[in-house]
Design a protein around this ligand. Sequence first.
Ligand SMILES: NC(=O)C1=CN([C@@H]2O[C@H](COP(=O)(O)OP(=O)(O)OC[C@H]3O[C@@H](n4cnc5c(N)ncnc54)[C@H](O)[C@@H]3O)[C@@H](O)[C@H]2O)C=CC1
Ligand SMILES: O=C([O-])CC(=O)C(=O)O
Length: 338
Amino acid sequence: MFRSVARSAAGKSLLRRGYATAVPERKVAVLGAAGGIGQPLALLMKLNPLVSQLALYDIANTPGVAADVSHINSRSEVAGYVGEEQLGKALEGCDVVIIPAGVPRKPGMTRDDLFNINAGIVKGLCSAIAKYCPNALVNMISNPVNSTVPIAAEVFKKAGTYDERKLFGVTTLDVVRAKTFYAGKAKVNVADVNVPVVGGHAGITILPLFSQATPKANLPEEDIKALTKRTQDGGTEVVEAKAGKGSATLSMAYAGAIFADACLKGLNGVPDVVECSFVQSTVTELPFFASKVRLGKNGVEEVLGLGPLSEYEKEGLESLKPELKSSIEKGIKFANQN
Ligand SMILES: NC(=O)C1=CN([C@@H]2O[C@H](COP(=O)(O)OP(=O)(O)OC[C@H]3O[C@@H](n4cnc5c(N)ncnc54)[C@H](O)[C@@H]3O)[C@@H](O)[C@H]2O)C=CC1
Ligand SMILES: O=C([O-])CC(=O)C(=O)O
């Protein structure tokens, strides 16, 4: 077994010497790789020793990004693909496909305002995934995630390839933000902090569960409310600060790289890999919902429940349901009408 080899002294020494034979081959594609998120995400995936092949796809400018990233002396081989006619080659044999393709917000816009453009982009890319790598784990970053994930599910259902264990809305940036803001307020080491974030990925649908945050800090109710609001508005904070030049890219690339790494670890059989993600779910009455999920060799191994909620979180949960429900339905309707 590769893991026992990798963990043995001989395996470690092999790895240190640059022989990656103990780690399985894994192909990862980034769709939208020349964009604000795509470029730093390509860099971070190139640095990930679990990746053996990195396919960088975009409708423009990927050759330059691929040439640049390919000079880094890490394990994976890098190839750039540009234009729809090369999409199949980019996807063939992929284990994980990360999708940050699509337009970002400008100040004054909601994520739902991106629907008209991004829904079509995501639908096209998912049709190609169904054709060229139907078994890949799909990490959906493109907004509005609350709708793009249901769109992807419908496309895969129509193609007969849908496996609910393999489709993920990437909500890791909400967790990253919640951890950072909590650590600042609670004055604890950010590296030790854990905070689950559930619900969806837009405004009030983002529900951080600070009552379950560790290390425990017993923050007053006003602080919890302020932290919740800041986490929910984290994306808007960046959109406003960038003043028309887009939304979060660097922190999103970091979050996307963490989530893809967790998917790869799960595929490789590493035990107890748990991350929050927006997935098909029975945790609430909504068909998709973000919560902690355990990742394994086939993607989602277990969707974990919410755990005990404070009164404030229970109220937040009830208030987010109508908006999340309508975003999910909007995605399903789009996929079936267009
Ligand atoms: N899930 C999350 O937490 C977050 C999601 N986002 C979302 O990620 C998306 C991308 O954001 P940025 O990278 O900042 O935008 P960007 O505009 O900088 O890059 C998007 C890239 O997608 C490419 N693209 C457009 N159509 C394509 C297609 N059909 N196939 C392949 N590539 C295509 C563009 O050429 C461009 O290079 C946006 O929808 C944004 O809202 C952003 C931050 C956080
Ligand atoms: O706010 C946006 O538009 C981008 C995003 O999803 C985030 O930063 O969380």
